[in-house]
Design a protein around this ligand. Structure first.
Ligand code: PHE
Length: 365
């Protein structure tokens, strides 16, 4: 039997297909289980050997021809589809890559980084202490007596349980307990700063129940108020990037320093905004209270396990959030801790904008 008509028709239909679905239908029609060519193949079984010898090669040739034509048409259609896709989806490799979303550094973290850089340049290491403190480190060792108002429930967050040594546990109210921990842990001499979170039950536009401080402590021989003033001046000039920062030291009182000094900085009122720089006594200027400090009280040096006749030192404590507000111009402290990404996008810092003072504090213009 001659299959050339079948073959011609099949090849013509295959060549005429315009899409892969139609082509697949043709494949099933000819070569599927119930397909017409599959049916022809099945007829071979019923033939005599002589008949089969003639018909077999013809049917197989038909099947092969159709199989090849299907494969060729499939490749052609796929190729055409790819070409069409490439033609419609041009990629302009010269376009800038879309910007991927990037987080920002919180101003508090940024300022802590700046402080660590500035003080490292003056030979200070960074020390840390726990935010859950015991009342000995937070108060007693710092010469804060039982009757001191700072210990009152309404100022401090106490835990219901005591620690293993029967001490009351609380969220530290300042970073000063790190002074005690540093002295006990490393002895003298000491030059450290201790940045971290502190807690007080206080809440309004300029107070949040949690805020950040950085403590400074120097213990050595022959340390005087002069060293304290120079250190603070050098630090504030580097931090605010102004040479005209003027400090005013005012007598004050802290149980853990003697004498104690409150440090004010001069500012000018420019368009209703306070801009640090210049003497606070100049016309149109004023003094702003910035930080607490003083010479470390002898009792505190003793509590730290050192001999106050041999070692002296100074300490200071300053609000990190307040420093950030002054330097970068935010006006509501509470926004620091709201977690609003719009605020962060505005005031946050690029991860690549890391603070560096590679030229050194002393080399600053
Ligand atoms: N701990 C004090 C405060 O939180 C600040 C301070 C630190 C004062 C060190 C003197 C010396 O207000």
């Amino acid at each position: 039997m001659d299959h050339s008509a079948t073959r011609e028709e099949a090849l013509a239909r295959i060549a005429a297909t315009q899409d892969l679905d139609t082509l697949e239908k043709l494949r099933v029609e000819y070569l599927g289980k119930q397909g017409s060519i599959s049916g022809l193949l099945k007829t071979l079984g019923a033939m005599s050997p002589e008949e089969r010898q003639i018909a077999g090669p013809q049917i197989h040739a038909l099947r092969e021809g159709v199989t090849d034509a299907l494969a060729a048409r499939k490749a052609a259609l796929e190729n055409a589809a790819l070409e069409a896709q490439l033609a419609s989806e041009t990629v302009d490799l010269s376009l800038p890559a879309p910007e991927s979303p990037r987080g920002t550094i919180h101003p508090v973290s940024q300022v802590m980084g700046e402080l660590a850089e500035i003080f490292a340049d003056m030979g200070f290491a960074v020390a840390t202490g726990p935010e859950i403190e015991d009342d000995w480190h937070n108060f007693t060792a710092l010469n804060i007596p039982e009757s001191h108002p700072a210990r009152a429930m309404h100022d401090t967050f106490y835990f219901p349980d005591k620690d293993g040594e029967g001490r009351d546990m609380l969220l530290r109210t300042h970073t000063s307990p790190v002074q005690i921990r540093a002295m006990l842990a490393q002895g003298a001499p000491i030059r450290i700063i201790a940045p971290g979170r502190v807690y007080r039950s206080d809440s309004d536009a300029t107070h949040t129940p949690m805020f950040h401080q950085v403590e400074g402590l120097v213990i050595d021989k022959g340390i005087t108020l002069g060293h304290l003033k120079w250190t603070l001046e050098t630090f504030l000039k580097a931090f605010f990037e102004r040479e005209d920062i003027v400090l005013r030291l005012r007598p004050s009182y802290f149980p853990f320093t003697e004498p104690s000094v409150e440090v004010d900085v001069g500012f000018a009122l420019v368009n209703g905004k306070r801009v640090l720089g210049g003497s606070g006594d100049a016309p149109g200027h004023g003094w702003m209270e910035l930080l607490g400090s003083g010479m470390v009280n002898r009792k505190v040096i003793s509590a730290g396990g050192l001999d106050p006749d041999e070692w002296q030192g100074f300490a200071f404590g300053v609000g990190v959030d307040r420093l950030a507000m002054l330097k970068y111009g935010m006006d509501d402290l509470r926004a620091f801790f709201d977690g609003d990404v719009r605020w962060l996008a505005h005031y946050g810092f690029s991860p690549l904008d890391v603070p560096t003072l590679s030229a050194g504090v002393g080399a600053r213009a």
